[in-house]
Design a protein around this ligand. Structure first.
Ligand code: 3PG
Length: 321
C-alpha cells in the first residue's frame, strides 16, 4: 500500500510508516494544482496532510485513495462530503496537540498582560520605556472564562489554576456536575462567560453551529479592558466586531487564527490585522511544537497500521453506515 505525505512530517515517523509495510512518497511542497498532480501521478491508498486543503478535485483525482489522515485535530480543511461520496475515509488525530495549543493560549494571556511583544519591539528599535511597560495588572486571582471545554480547554484549566486564576466555562456538553468535578464555575451560555471573566479563551471546533458564534453580543458583554484569546478557528469569531471592541472598549486580544491566514507557509502578510494596536497575532502555530507534532505523527502511524492490518479506521470522522 502507498501513502502520500503532502505536509511536513517527522523523518523518524516516516521510517515507522515504511516499517509497517507502506511505500511512502513524501513531498511537503504539494498543494492545490501540484497536489492534484501528485495524487494522479502516485495514485496512493492514503494521503496524510496537516493544514493543506483537500478539496473535491483532489479527492476525485486518485482512483485508489481510500483514506485521508488529518495530522492534527480540526478537519475543516478537508471536503468531508466529497470524501464520503467517493467512499474515502477521513481520520484525524484528536487531542494529540492539545497541550501545545493550551501552552500558546497561556503564552498569549501573559503576553497581553505584560505586553511582552511591544516591550521587545521597543528595545529592538533602541527605545527604553520602563515607565510605560510597568503598567500591568497581573493575572493572579483573576477569572479565566473558557468557551469550549474539550481537551484543549481542560489543559488550559490546570495551567490557569497553577497561576492562581479562578476558572469559569461554558461548553455544549458541560453540566454543573461536570464543572464541579473540574473545579470550575458553570456558566449557562457563552454570554455569561463574556460578562463574568477578565480573560477569555475560545476552544471550540468549527461547525455550522459555532461559525460566527462569538460576535457583537459577546463583545458587548465583555468587561471593558478584558483580554480575549482565540487559538481555535477564525470563522468562529466575527473579526470586525472584535476589532471594534478593541478600539472602543480597550479590550486586548491574542489571535493565533485570522481570516487572512495565507495558504502558503512563508511569504507576505499584507493584511492590516497583524498591525492592529491592542492585538497580538501569531502565525497559526498553536500545534507547532516538536512534542505535539511527534505525538500527532505517532497517532497517524497507528491509524495506518490498523488500517493495513484490519481495514478499520481509527478516529474516523465520516464512518460509512
Ligand atoms: C489543528 O487543527 O490540529 C490545529 O489547528 C493545527 O493545525 P496545523 O497542523 O495546520 O498547524
Amino acid at each position: 500500500m502507498k501513502v502520500l505525505i503532502a505536509d511536513k512530517y517527522p523523518e523518524d515517523k516516516i521510517e515507522k510508516i515504511k516499517n509497517i509495510g507502506y511505500e511512502v512518497i513524501y513531498d511537503p511542497s504539494l498543494k492545490e494544482e501540484s497536489l492534484i498532480e501528485g495524487l494522479k501521478q502516485h495514485n496512493p491508498d492514503a494521503l496524510i496532510v496537516r493544514s493543506t486543503k483537500v478539496k473535491k478535485e483532489m479527492i476525485y483525482s486518485s482512483d485508489k485513495l481510500s483514506l485521508i489522515i488529518r495530522a492534527g485535530s480540526g478537519y475543516d480543511t478537508i471536503d468531508i462530503e466529497s470524501a464520503t461520496e467517493r467512499n474515502v475515509f477521513v481520520a484525524n488525530c484528536p487531542g494529540k496537540n492539545s497541550i501545545a495549543v493550551a501552552e500558546l493560549a497561556f503564552g498569549l494571556i501573559l503576553s497581553l498582560d505584560r505586553r511582552i511583544p511591544d516591550n521587545v519591539q521597543d528595545l529592538r528599535e533602541g527605545k527604553w520605556n520602563k515607565n510605560e511597560y510597568s503598567k500591568a495588572r497581573g493575572i493572579y486571582g483573576k477569572t479565566l472564562g473558557i468557551v469550549g471545554v474539550g481537551k484543549i480547554g481542560q489543559e488550559l484549566i490546570s495551567r490557569a489554576k497553577a497561576f492562581g486564576m479562578q476558572v469559569i466555562a461554558w461548553s455544549r456538553s458541560l453540566t454543573p456536575e461536570k464543572a464541579d468535578a473540574l473545579g470550575i464555575g458553570f456558566m449557562k451560555n457563552s454570554i455569561e462567560v463574556a460578562s463574568n471573566a477578565d480573560v477569555i479563551s475560545v476552544h471550540l471546533a468549527l461547525t455550522e453551529d459555532t461559525k460566527n458564534m462569538i460576535g457583537s453580543d459577546f463583545f458587548n458583554a465583555m468587561k471593558p479592558g478584558s483580554y480575549f484569546i482565540n487559538t481555535s478557528r477564525s470563522e468562529i469569531v466575527d473579526e470586525k466586531a472584535l476589532l471594534k471592541a478593541i478600539d472602543e472598549k480597550g479590550i486586548r486580544a491574542g489571535l493565533d487564527v485570522v481570516s487572512a491566514e495565507p495558504a502558503y507557509k512563508e511569504g507576505e502578510f499584507p493584511d492590516d490585522i497583524g498591525r492592529h494596536v491592542g492585538l497580538y497575532c501569531t502565525h497559526h502555530i498553536g500545534a507547532s511544537t516538536d512534542q505535539a507534532q511527534s505525538a500527532v505523527a505517532d497517532e497517524a502511524v497507528c491509524i495506518l497500521d490498523e488500517y493495513k492490518k484490519s481495514g478499520m479506521v481509527l478516529n474516523c470522522v465520516n464512518p460509512s453506515e
